[in-house]
Design a protein around this ligand. Structure first.
Ligand SMILES: NC(=O)C1=CN([C@@H]2O[C@H](COP(=O)(O)OP(=O)(O)OC[C@H]3O[C@@H](n4cnc5c(N)ncnc54)[C@H](O)[C@@H]3O)[C@@H](O)[C@H]2O)C=CC1
Ligand SMILES: CC(C)CC(=O)C(=O)O
Ligand SMILES: [Mg+2]
Length: 361
């Protein structure tokens, strides 16, 4: 990667995906100028409405351009009324995860000062954990391949040693970095269903093997049903939570609900060579076109992107810009910004303005 200049492929997608992406690009521009970092963007077509118009949800040219970019910023894709012949929805974001082997779906869940949390316990203000949703296999391995007959339907879950090892190492390394920052011991808790399914007993065995490589980090296991309970009972107790694809999909929405909703839930799908940064939410047909979508999740995803680019050699300016963007989001809410999803008056553009104003734009 050429130092200090990066190419970002932008896939706005459908519904509020386009709105939160536009707001985020509007913040990235002055941020890049301020830090003297070069960011060029190329907007690419893909999504449900593109499928409706052309019959192609994800043109190969868009995929190739995304693959060639230094990083990919994605809004959201899919629309409930636009379906393929098999009854499922359009989801090019899944193609990206599979084709670019983005096994680590990193979904940080953090209480932002000023944003109401769902729990009355004062410890909820300290919610700060990271779900790592394996994003290339698990039950989603079966997507588009399930068997459907007149009388029954069947989908298969797949767990591999190679991906579980990578996922586990990613989780332990993240826990090490978080421990260094927070000055406390890291803890990685595998979320599985090893009491019932052999595939999860296998996953647990592989995870335990990797855990032995990281003696300074605590390791634990939790069944997914109990984790759904405990994320509501005491979410502040968790640190890094790797899990299977479908479990992570479900738990990440639950977790978002703890800290203000989907509008506050960033994510990054990271592989060995590529990464996609996108909010964990969808296209929100119920609020699309109204100018009230909360772009915070996308802004925080963009901060994760800048940080990831810095770690890959783009330069310290990217790390500084990432830190400033996250601080600007926190600062804006601490200063009274209130989005519609938490009952406030501030729409998409107002959030972008308030965040950019924190760093003088
Ligand atoms: N990564 C992606 O691109 C995803 C795409 N989808 C697709 O999106 C479409 C809608 O799916 P839903 O199940 O309704 O999930 P959703 O995440 O779009 O919406 C769930 C709820 O959260 C709210 N919400 C979501 N993002 C918000 C934001 N930024 N600001 C304020 N409120 C927000 C919505 O208004 C809705 O009440 C479907 O076609 C689905 O397949 C769903 C999830 C992720
Ligand atoms: C197409 C879906 C898997 C998208 C989704 O729900 C997600 O990324 O969380
Ligand atoms: Mg989801």
């Amino acid at each position: 990667m050429a130092s200090n200049t990066v190419r970002i492929a932008v896939l706005p997608g459908d519904g509020i995906g386009t709105e939160v992406t536009e707001a985020t690009l509007g913040v990235l521009e002055p941020l890049a100028k301020r830090h003297g970092i070069g960011i060029s963007t190329e907007t690419l077509a893909a999504g449900a409405f593109h499928y409706q118009a052309t019959g192609d949800a994800f043109p190969e040219a868009s995929f190739r351009a995304a693959e060639a970019a230094d990083a990919i910023l994605l809004g959201a894709m899919g629309w409930p009324g636009i379906r393929k012949a098999d009854g499922t929805e359009i989801a090019p974001q899944l193609d990206l995860r599979f084709r670019l082997k983005l096994y680590a779906g990193v979904r940080p869940v953090r209480a932002i000062p000023g944003v109401p949390v769902a729990l009355a316990d004062p410890r909820a203000a300290g919610i700060d954990f990271v779900l790592i949703r394996e994003s290339t296999e698990g039950l989603f391995h079966s997507s588009g391949k399930g068997l459907v007959t007149e009388d029954y339907a069947e989908e298969t879950l797949r767990i591999t040693r190679a991906t579980t090892e990578k996922l586990s190492r990613f989780a332990f390394r993240l826990a090490e970095r978080r421990a260094a920052k927070r000055g406390r011991k890291g803890r990685v808790t595998l979320v599985d269903k090893a009491n019932v399914f052999r595939a999860f007993a296998f996953m647990r065995g592989v995870f335990d093997g990797v855990a032995r490589e990281f003696p300074a980090v605590e390791s634990a296991h939790h069944y997914v049903d109990a984790m759904a309970l405990d994320l509501v009972r005491h979410p502040w107790a968790f640190d890094v939570l790797p899990t299977e694809n479908m479990f992570g999909d479900i738990l990440s929405d639950l977790a978002a609900g703890l800290v203000g909703g989907m509008g506050f839930s960033p994510s990054a799908d990271i592989g060995d060579d590529h990464a996609v940064f996108q909010p964990a939410h969808g296209t929100a047909p119920d609020i699309a076109g109204k100018g009230i979508a909360n772009p915070t999740a996308t802004l925080l995803s963009a901060a994760m992107m800048l940080d990831w680019l810095a770690a890959r050699g783009a330069g310290q300016g990217f790390a500084d810009a990432a830190a400033e963007l996250e601080a600007a989001v926190d600062g804006a809410f601490a200063a009274g910004l209130r989005t519609a999803d938490i009952g406030g008056p501030d729409g998409t553009a107002a959030v972008a303005r308030a965040v950019a104003a924190r760093f003088g734009a």
